[in-house]
Design a protein around this ligand. Sequence first.
Ligand code: F0G
Length: 439
Amino acid sequence: MSDWPKKINLWLECIGCNRRFPVSGIRYRCSCGSLLEARRDLSLYNGASLLKTWEDRWGMKNGPLASGVWRYKELVIDLGDDDIITKLEGNTRLYPAGKAGEYAGLDNFLLKHEGENPTGSFKDRGMTCGMTAAKMYGAKSVACASTGNTSASMAAYASLCGMKALIFIPSGKIAFGKLAQALAYGGTTFQVDGNFDDAMRLVQEVCSEMGIYLLNSINPFRLEGQKAICFEILQQLNWQVPDWFVLPGGNLGNNSALSKALMELHELGIIRKIPRIAVIQARGANPLYRMWKTGSEFRPVKNPETIATAIKIGNPVSWEKSMNGIRWSNGVVEEVSEQEIMDAKAMVDAAGIGAEPASCCTVAGARKLVKKKIIPKDASVVGILTGNMLKDPDSIIAYHTGKLPVKSKIVGRFANRPVKVAADIEVIKKMLGDSFRNR
Ligand code: F0G
């Protein structure tokens, strides 16, 4: 049973052969095997009046349109308020990068903190749409494979609307905060004996055999919601387009959504300039980078490995959408080492901003691209921080206390070690000297 409005300006279109399917039927792939994307007839909209509508909704106090996703519902999913399942996600801050900007060598670097979403990651933006679609299809249960953030988000939204959440995570390989969330929000959590790519294969099989609604980013509605990161950044910048966007790449949904958002704004004449997109991968999980660098066909990485567990992915589902968007934006793909990720993280954290390791690929990658003179020092750059610092406290403590596994070869270069002291004022005064005195 489908509750989709009959006249909705939205269909699913194959990115390979352009075959179209109505939204009313559940589909994740075309019969030719390629992924689908949600499309609409943009000629039915006027750019200037969309801008006015979105400006009018800015700062709304309540109701679904106060969400930083549904504010832009015309380009997300154009549904009535009652159909929308939302935790008023988005509305995240855009910080001057401060010390992290100096570290990257950039004069004009802003960080969009998607870790400030309701469950602590950018996934909430896609999930509000995916879950709304699940409801439109009359689903009672949803599933995903995850490195931790998608599952935390899905579990929360499923609980919110009374659906059952089935989660497949790689055993022992996701950050503690994320596992805690999945359990706490009440998701049925399967720790699969294998990596994320195994879990991803499995969830697709289970969903197709059992008719469970699949909420990985292969789901076209997830990406429609994630586009709102781009809309919101540009609205925060008064629609002045930066020179560059920099973001991490794992399963490659987020950068695909970013380029799709930019293409639509461009087609509507809302923006004229096309910013360049830089996607940053961890060196141990870098299939897109390898493809980019060598010009070869896409080949999965067999045993992906990185401390940034969120992006420990060897066979990303959306590589083709991702590559199309990078090429369209005249973008680049870069890789960063484990040491570069954790040093950049120390800088993002010490700037008072804070983010989980995968997010900090953004700053590590920006720094590398500045060093290579691909991004000019004076370019305007927006980096996306994808997840909250508290998702993965283990990696922080290990870095600052010198307890990272020896085989990771990461050195705590900017470590801020805790100091053990006796409970004695004289000892403390002696240790501090004059360094903390205000008078
Ligand atoms: N950053 C964080 C914190 C993530 O959780 C993810 C993906 C990414 C970056 C990469 O985004 O996949 O769109 O390229 N996490 C997924 C998950 C895979 O299951 O939570 P992407």
